[in-house]
Design a protein around this ligand. Structure first.
Ligand SMILES: Cc1ncc(C[n+]2csc(CCOP(=O)(O)OP(=O)(O)O)c2C)c(N)n1
Ligand SMILES: [Mg+2]
Length: 329
């Protein structure tokens, strides 16, 4: 990975840079707040934060068009926000309240929005890969020109069902983009300890699926690669693999002993590769914004997140009779 400072200067427009900056900052501040609420006991159960990986989803959303779909794992808050879901509804789901996307009954890992074409939120590692492939099958069948972004991790990539899905997607030229978010760890297991070949972008080669590795800490590189993948899938040429080299700053979930990597390792990535810092520098260098303007944006985003947190604390708990709705009997 290039460092935040050494990355090439961009000729991206001011509007686009500001958009990426806001979107990534919203995810980071939202996740920081979720971590706080968790610490206060207002969020229970599992909660996996996306801090550090923001450029992946923000860059790919910038390459998507209205109507395109997305499906991901349990590390899903960033994907929802980037898809345009309401921070209030996401935060209220984390606190298990009525105003949440699943009426407080799903929690962090189980939220959906058909309106925003977000299909979850899946707690079973790699389960979303066949689901994303199925969504793409439906789109091809309906000839609607849509593509599906199917996100999964470096741990999930070693699951058998991934290759069954790859085979069908390639056989039927399904419009699906497989996004491997390689944050280098699956819980406490590093890629070098778990994977016989670490070059995940080549995992579709035997099945005829092209792939490329991308600096997932560089939102502009992500967007560019996303556009190539989208063009491929939308043209009817079938699936495409993007391996995003990224890093998570926080623990796997809120309960993580963090014994598998050093503080120095995390600190080094934060200091030299941070995706938000990168865009911040581009904005300042290009004289698109000054420190005061960036501070004002930060303030604005914090207000949105605080409002979401307030809503999530004040929304009532689901009524008892909700126990009997949305279930298979
Ligand atoms: C089938 C299955 N096996 C094990 C688990 C427990 N588990 C939850 S997350 C995880 C690690 C997955 O790592 P990765 O795919 O790299 O995603 P990341 O957490 O890094 O985003 C494991 C083993 C699970 N949820 N489902
Ligand atoms: Mg991982």
């Amino acid at each position: 990975m290039a460092t935040a400072k050494s990355r090439k200067k961009s000729n991206t427009s001011k509007e686009d840079l500001l958009h990426h900056y806001r979107e990534m900052l919203l995810i980071r501040r939202f996740e920081e707040k979720a971590g706080q609420l968790y610490g206060m006991g207002l969020i229970g159960g599992f909660c996996h934060l996306y801090i550090g990986q923001e450029a992946v989803v923000v860059g790919l959303e910038a390459a998507a068009e209205e109507g395109d779909k997305r499906v991901t794992s349990y590390r899903d808050h960033g994907h929802m926000l980037a898809a345009g879901m309401d921070p209030k509804g996401v935060m209220a789901e984390l606190t298990g309240r009525e105003g949440g996307y699943s009426k407080g009954k799903g929690g962090s890992m189980h939220m959906f929005s058909v309106e925003k074409h977000f299909y979850g939120g899946h707690g079973i590692v790699a389960a979303q890969v066949p689901i994303g492939t199925g969504l793409a099958f439906a789109d091809k069948y309906n000839e609607n020109g849509r593509v599906t972004f199917t996100y999964f991790g470096d741990g999930a990539v070693n699951q058998g069902q991934v290759y069954e899905a790859f085979n069908m997607a390639s056989l039927w030229d399904l419009p699906v983009i497989y996004v491997i978010e390689n944050n280098q760890y699956a819980m406490g297991t590093s890629v070098s300890r778990s994977s016989s070949t670490p070059e995940f972008f080549t995992r579709g080669e035997a099945l005829g699926i092209p792939g490329e590795a991308v600096d997932g800490m560089d939102v502009l590189a992500v967007k560019e690669a996303g556009e190539r993948a989208v063009a491929h899938a939308r043209a009817g040429k079938g699936p495409y693999i993007l391996e995003m080299k990224t890093y998570r700053y926080r623990g796997h979930s809120m309960s993580d002993p963090a014994k598998y990597r050093t503080r120095e390792e995390v600190q080094k990535v934060r200091e030299t590769q941070d995706a938000i810092e990168h865009v911040r520098e581009l904005l300042l260098q290009g004289k698109h914004a000054d420190e005061d303007e960036l501070k004002a944006i930060d303030k604005e985003i914090k207000a949105v997140v605080n409002e979401a947190a307030e809503f999530a604390r004040e929304s009532p708990e689901p009524a008892l009779d909700e126990l009997w709705t949305d279930i298979y009997a």
